[in-house]
Design a protein around this ligand. Structure first.
Ligand code: NAP
Length: 337
């Protein structure tokens, strides 16, 4: 089916920090794709829709309502929830309509409801878990490096963000929920799943320019994806904020992915990607959402994805994701080259 005749892709939270960037990137990649920008504030959604241009509309939608507050009969080709789907209402709608669903806001400890909804109706729709670092791009970058190795020992992911870069209110609310739950970070430590808290959850992160930062481990799903996809015994994902004093010209977000292991000739290897974007963390995250959305719909990298429960690495090809990130404007540096 051509993008012109498909029902619109519904971006719930499309007027937010991540959502508006995702809409712009989707529009760049697919000029004819119909996009519906969804949020509770219809005027804000309409303003983003006008700015994105092309066949973009705005819809008032609230994930707290069982009918999402949508007009009866509204039809979408996919439901991408760029906000916490607190009552699984958006997921239920995607399953009822038999269209792809993306969950973008679940920490690794929060996927239970989504898994249960999938298990109850496994043949209804493709359901993609994408609460990973930068919408799955970190996991795919790690797997791209791992492809060069015979065996993987350790994988460390770090997001280095601006000192004041907390995303929008919905991002802050997610981190507040995590804090109130007293939640620790999940890491694979020498083959054992371990929950780390406070000081024990920190590590030193060296950014692309050689500056050191304090990284804090987070309970993101990269760790479980990569533990299932590789034989690594140690896996973690951290976030580090640059010093306020480091300032610099304009926003900047770095994704650092380090993979160590053995090459096929038996020699040891430490491979690293630095993926750098000249915007806040929302844009690299939006790129992840967009790359996954076009893949589920069959607009890039293969036919539409059928019903199932997926992690990003189940549906995306590592090399294609790196290429897409570069095409979208991220700078990708590989060491050793
Ligand atoms: N996986 C990742 O890589 C990744 C990265 C960054 C962020 N995130 C997650 O992405 C989400 C969005 O973050 P953000 O920084 O873009 O937040 P944001 O700027 O606050 O955007 C939230 C968006 O959701 C809408 N919204 C809020 N409550 C809603 C509801 N009940 N029903 C429907 N729409 C609602 C908002 O519009 P209205 O206020 O008009 O409703 C807005 O469009 C957060 O959950 C965050 O944790 C994930």
């Amino acid at each position: 089916m051509s993008t012109r005749t498909m029902s619109p892709v519904l971006l719930i939270g499309g007027s937010g920090h991540v959502g508006a960037r995702a809409a712009r990137a989707l529009r760049r990649l697919h000029p004819d794709l119909r996009i519906a920008i969804g949020g509770r504030d219809g005027r804000r959604a309409a303003a983003v829709a006008a700015e994105v241009g092309g066949p973009t509309t705005a819809v008032t939608v609230d994930v707290q309502r069982s009918d999402l507050g949508l007009e009866p009969g509204a039809s979408f080709s996919a439901i991408v929830t760029l906000v916490k789907d607190e009552s699984s209402n958006a997921l239920k709608r995607a399953q009822a309509d038999g269209v792809p669903y993306i969950a973008f806001s679940d920490f690794v400890s929060e996927i239970g409801p989504l898994v249960a909804h999938y298990v109850a109706r496994p043949t209804r729709a493709p359901v993609l878990m994408l609460g990973h670092t930068f919408g799955g791009t970190a996991t795919l970058a790690a797997l791209h490096l791992a492809q060069e190795l015979q065996s993987v020992d350790a994988i460390a992911i770090a997001a280095v963000v601006g000192a004041d870069d907390h995303g929008g209110p919905a991002s802050s609310a997610d981190f507040e929920r995590l804090r109130q739950a007293g939640e620790a970070a999940l890491v694979l430590d020498d083959g054992r799943w371990t929950w780390l808290r406070g000081e024990a959850a920190t590590r030193r992160v060296v950014d692309a320019g050689g500056a050191a930062h304090v990284g804090q481990a987070l309970p993101l799903s990269d760790v479980v994806s990569l533990a299932a996809a590789t034989d690594a015994r140690s896996i973690r994902t951290d976030m580090a904020a640059r010093d306020r004093a480091a300032g610099g010209a304009g926003p900047r977000t770095e994704l650092i992915v380090e993979v160590s292991g053995r090459r096929r000739d038996g020699s040891g290897a430490r491979l690293r990607y630095d993926i750098i974007d000249a915007d806040n963390l929302s844009r690299l995250s939006a790129y992840g959402a967009v790359i996954a959305t076009e893949r589920l719909l069959g607009l890039a990298g293969g036919p539409p994805v059928g019903p199932g429960l997926y992690n990003p690495e189940s549906v995306l090809d590592p090399a294609s994701v790196i290429a897409r990130l570069e095409e979208l404007g991220a700078r990708v540096r590989r060491t050793p080259a």
